[in-house]
Write a new protein. Structure first.
Length: 432
C-alpha cells in the first residue's frame, strides 16, 4: 500500500476526518464562490449547519450544466495566480468542463495516483509506459505524475502511433502500461499484426480506465497482452483518475479514496439518497481540494457502494465497477439496457472480435437496437451462411439474457474504427 494510514483507517477515524474536511470545504466554497453562496442562501443553509456527516444530504447538488454555465473559472475558489494547472474535458456537446488545481491540489492528486498505481503492483522498479493522451485530458498527466511520485521510470508516450508504442515496449523493456481499455485492445491487435507476441515481453501489468469496460473485456485484454489488467476510475470534475482504484482481489469493486472524495448514491429521478448496497447515480463531494472543490457533484455514472474490510486489507469504501453512464442507458422495448450488458455477451462468443458498435434507430413509435460486431477473419472467410448462423446465435443469447430483440450484423474484420482513447460505441441515429 502507498498510504497505509488512510487506506486501512477505521471507519470512525475516517468519518471524523471527513467531517472536519467537509466542514472546512463547505465554509471555503460559501465564502469564495458566489454560485454556492447563492444556492445555500436560497435553501436557507449556512456552513455552520453542517454538524454531522448526515448533513451532507442537505447540501445542494452540482450538475454538469452548472460547470458549463460557469465556464471557465466561475467555480474556482482561488485567484488564478494560485492556480498552477488547468485540465479540461471536452465532453460531447457544448463547452468543456475545466479542472483548475492549486499546487497543494496537485500534490494530493499525486498521492491518490500513487495509491492507485501501487495497488496495481507498480513500484519504483517499474518502467511505466504512459499511453493515456497527454494534454488537457487528466489521464495523461495524472498517471505521469503518479508514476513519478512512486519513482518509476516513466515513458511519456501519450496515446496514438500504435506501432511506436510496441517498439517502445520492446526496446525500453516496459513492465507496466496505462491507457484506456479500448486502446489496450488496439495495441494488442497491432502487435499481433506485426507478429510481436506481447505475452513474451516484460510487460506484466496495465492500469486501465476512463471508459466503461466489462469484466469479460478485462479478461480478454489480460489474455491478449499476457498481463494483469487493473482499473482506475475518476473524472475531471473531481481531480481526474485517482478517485477510485481496484485491488488484488479483482472482484469487480474499486476502493474510493474517501479521505479526498465523499461518495453517495442517489435515485437519479427523485434525488433521494439511497442506502449502501443500492444501485443508483454516483455523487461525489471533493473535501480536500482548494481550487475547485465541487459539492455533491452528480456524475451520471451508475453503480453501488459497500463498506467492508476487503481481503486486501483496505478499509476504504468500495464502489462497484461502473455499469455505465445514465446518458448511455438505452431503453429498448421498455427495458433499460447498458451497453456493457451487450459487451459481456459479445465477448463470450468465440466467433467475433471485441470490436462492436450499437446503433439505435426509430422504428415506428419504438426504438430499435442493432449491433454491428466484427467477425473473426477465419469465421468471416466461411461465408454468408456461417455469418447468418452466428448472428442468429448472438440475437438469441441477447434475447435470452437481457430480454430484448436486437438485430445483429457480423461485419468484416477491421471495419470498425479502432480507438486510441475513449471508444465511441453507441450511435444514436434517432438524434440525426
Ligand atoms: O476519464 C479520468 C480518468 C483518466 C479515469 C484515466 C481513469 C483513467 P473524464 O474524461 O472527465 O475523466 O471522464 C470521466 O469517464 O464520469 C465515467 O463515466 C468514465 N470513466 C472513468 N473511469 C472509468 C472506469 C477521466 N474505470 C468519466 N469505468 C466518468 C467506467 C469510467 N467509466
Amino acid at each position: 500500500m502507498w498510504d497505509e494510514k488512510f487506506e486501512t483507517m477505521s471507519t470512525d477515524e475516517m468519518q471524523a476526518h471527513q467531517l472536519d474536511a467537509l466542514q472546512k470545504t463547505v465554509a471555503w466554497v460559501y465564502e469564495r464562490i458566489p454560485f454556492y453562496k447563492k444556492k445555500f442562501d436560497e435553501i436557507g443553509i449556512k456552513p455552520s449547519d453542517v454538524k454531522a456527516l448526515e448533513d451532507l444530504g442537505r447540501l445542494p447538488f452540482t450538475v454538469k450544466t452548472d460547470l458549463r454555465d460557469n465556464y471557465p473559472f466561475g467555480l474556482c475558489a482561488v485567484p488564478l495566480n494560485q492556480v498552477v494547472r488547468v485540465h479540461a474535458s471536452s465532453g460531447t456537446t457544448g463547452k468543456p468542463i475545466t479542472g483548475p488545481y492549486t499546487k497543494e491540489d496537485l500534490a494530493q492528486w499525486c498521492q491518490c495516483m500513487a495509491r492507485t498505481m501501487t495497488s496495481a503492483g507498480i513500484t519504483k522498479d517499474d518502467i511505466y509506459q504512459n499511453a493515456y493522451g497527454m494534454g488537457l485530458f487528466t489521464g495523461g498527466l495524472g498517471f505521469h505524475q503518479g508514476a513519478e511520485t512512486i519513482g518509476c521510470t516513466v515513458i511519456p508516450a501519450s496515446s496514438g502511433m500504435t506501432e511506436r508504442q510496441i517498439t517502445l515496449m520492446r526496446d525500453f523493456g516496459t513492465t507496466a502500461i496505462g491507457c484506456t481499455p479500448s486502446y489496450a485492445l488496439t495495441i494488442a491487435e497491432k502487435a499481433s499484426d506485426l507478429g510481436v507476441d506481447l505475452r513474451k515481453l516484460p510487460v506484466k501489468v496495465g492500469c486501465f480506465g476512463a471508459e466503461p469496460w466489462t469484466v469479460e473485456m478485462r479478461k480478454e485484454i489480460e489474455e491478449r497482452m499476457g498481463i494483469k489488467a487493473r482499473e482506475a476510475y475518476g473524472l475531471t470534475e473531481l481531480m481526474g483518475p485517482g478517485v477510485a482504484f481496484d485491488c488484488d482481489m479483482q472482484d469487480g469493486w474499486l476502493h474510493v479514496n474517501e479521505d479526498h472524495v465523499m461518495a453517495e448514491i442517489i435515485d437519479p429521478v427523485t434525488e433521494e439518497v439511497l442506502p449502501l448496497g443500492e444501485k443508483g447515480e454516483l455523487v461525489f463531494t471533493a473535501i480536500q481540494r482548494r481550487a475547485m472543490p465541487v459539492l455533491r457533484y452528480r456524475t451520471r455514472d451508475i453503480t453501488q457502494l459497500k463498506r467492508e474490510k476487503c481481503g486486501c486489507g483496505r478499509t476504504l469504501l468500495k464502489m462497484k465497477k461502473v455499469y455505465g453512464r445514465s446518458d448511455d442507458m438505452l431503453i429498448i422495448s421498455g427495458v433499460n439496457v447498458f451497453p456493457s450488458q451487450i459487451e459481456s455477451i459479445l465477448l463470450e462468443m468465440p466467433e467475433v472480435e471485441p470490436q462492436y458498435v450499437l446503433i439505435i434507430r426509430k422504428k415506428g413509435y419504438l426504438d430499435a437496437l442493432s449491433v454491428d460486431v466484427e467477425a473473426k477473419p477465419e469465421v468471416y472467410d466461411l461465408g454468408e451462411e456461417k455469418l447468418r448462423e452466428v448472428e442468429g446465435k448472438i440475437e438469441a443469447r441477447i434475447r435470452g439474457i437481457i430480454g430484448i430483440g436486437v438485430k445483429v450484423r457480423c461485419v468484416p474484420p477491421k471495419s470498425i474504427e479502432r480507438s486510441e482513447g475513449k471508444a465511441k460505441r453507441v450511435f444514436d441515429a434517432r438524434k440525426l
